[in-house]
Design a protein around this ligand. Structure first.
Ligand code: ATP
Length: 232
């Protein structure tokens, strides 16, 4: 069993960070939330309603997922951002694109072709910001992030982390899987859940969990010793 006796509540307007060793079950939790597959037992509730009772398209329209590798189409920044809405079969206004780009910290002024710049000319960090803009343009209730900063340098990772924090402040429920604990250490508003062998074994803020001197303490000290980009 990948996950067993797992109980986790993610509150609206909060960023919940899932951490844990490789293979502990973090991504499986995201797949269950998206209903890529169903739990053998137990329930997942969204606003007290079992997610299996939602029409699948309706459920997924409430959720956006940003993954480790930004998967973009071989077209322009504008078209890639717009795809977040065009899935919903309506046209995106330029203002919507601009707003999403601004929120995702895309500095469009640095590209001579602006929004018409082909995405294959962007760095990995810039591509990830386009993926973030695409994720939020349709204002999902839930933002799922599965190691979105894993392939980024520290500065880009910080930018993406700030983006997630702003999204949670604006009322979205954010569930963020990361191995990069340095980006959350000064953020006391972040709730951290530590997954180990498919269970939540510790929960609290960065400071609380460090003081416990348990699994989180070990994971974070391993990261400190090995440098910022370590995957534990
Ligand atoms: N479709 C699947 N069928 C069977 N086992 C799976 C499947 N997907 C994942 N697993 C197993 O479930 C366990 C948890 O995997 P999961 O991807 O959720 O871990 P994770 O915590 O996200 O790991 P990582 O940090 O390395 O991405 C692993 O042992 C994995 O091999």
């Amino acid at each position: 069993m990948v996950l067993e006796n797992l109980n986790l509540e993610c509150k609206q307007g909060e960023m919940t960070v899932l951490v844990g060793g490789s293979g502990s079950g973090k991504s499986t939790l995201i797949s269950l939330l998206e209903r890529f597959y169903a739990p053998l037992s137990g329930r997942i509730l969204l606003n007290n309603r079992d997610i299996t009772t939602f029409n699948l398209r309706c459920l997924r329209s409430k959720i956006s997922l940003v993954e480790q590798e930004p998967i973009l189409f071989n077209t322009t920044i504008r078209e890639n951002i717009a795809y977040g809405i065009e899935e919903d079969q309506r046209t995106v206004t330029d203002k919507e694109s601009r707003d999403a780009a601004r929120i995702a910290n895309i500095d469009i002024s640095k590209f001579s072709e602006g929004y018409n710049t082909p995405c294959n000319q962007l760095s990995t960090g810039e591509k990830q910001r386009v993926a973030c803009a695409r994720a939020i343009i349709r204002r999902p209730q839930i933002l799922l992030l599965d190691e979105p900063t894993a392939a980024l340098d520290s500065l880009s990772a910080e930018t993406v982390h700030n983006f997630i924090r702003e999204q949670s402040k604006s009322g979205q429920t954010c569930l963020h899987i990361t191995h990069r604990l340095s980006t959350i250490q000064n953020d006391s508003s972040v709730q951290i859940a530590v997954v180990d062998y498919g269970q939540i074994c510790e929960q609290g803020t960065y400071t609380e969990l460090r003081e416990k001197q348990g699994i989180f303490y070990r994971l974070s000290t391993t990261e400190e010793k090995s440098g910022d980009n370590t995957k534990f």
